[in-house]
Design a protein around this ligand. Structure first.
Ligand SMILES: [Fe+2]
Length: 172
């Protein structure tokens, strides 16, 4: 029941437009490099709000260990979603379609066109995000976490303690 409540809270929250508070935006501009901030600024409003909350939580939980690369990982691990251009409803369709078709098949849809392609790109967002962060010169921790954040914990190569906090903050 808790899971359903959590999902619906997040779903209805994602229907509100707009990014995070000004104070969060200013803090994030200090944390990220210029290129990273440019990418982050292009994210869908609810994704920016969610990532700001997650980064604040990571900072609270890790204290001095919440270095800029760790915070960049919290803020930008979903940056690959930019390529799909899918917002709330499209993502629901993407998630359900992947369940029906099987994720491996669905990821191949990125070679298709139109909406099907967008769904395929959305499902491929961890690798796309990792590539984007490498291209703007992010710390390897941030690009690696983008690639690994949907993997099972035993497949993570990011330092376990850091990965656990990043994962927990993203799912709160
Ligand atoms: Fe993700």
């Amino acid at each position: 029941m808790g899971g359903v409540w959590h999902l619906s809270r997040r779903f209805f929250g994602s229907l509100l437009p707009g990014g995070p508070r000004r104070s969060d935006r200013d803090w994030i501009e200090l944390v990220l490099s210029e290129d990273e901030f440019r990418l982050w600024s292009r994210l869908y409003g609810p994704d920016r709000r969610h990532s700001a909350g997650a980064a604040r939580e990571v900072q609270q939980r890790l204290g001095d260990e919440a270095t800029k690369p760790v915070l960049a990982a919290a803020l930008l691990h979903d940056v690959g979603k930019l390529d799909s251009g899918l917002h709330t409803w499209g993502r629901v369709v993407a998630t359900v379609s992947a369940r029906v078709a099987g994720r491996d098949t669905a990821v191949l849809w990125r070679r298709s066109s139109g909406f099907t392609r967008r769904v395929g790109l959305y499902l491929h967002h961890p690798d796309l995000g990792g590539d984007m962060l490498e291209m703007v010169g992010s710390d390897p921790l941030a690009s690696t976490w983008a690639r690994e954040h949907h993997l099972a914990p035993d497949e993570w190569t990011v330092e376990r303690r850091i990965a656990e906090v990043l994962h927990a903050a993203d799912n709160d």
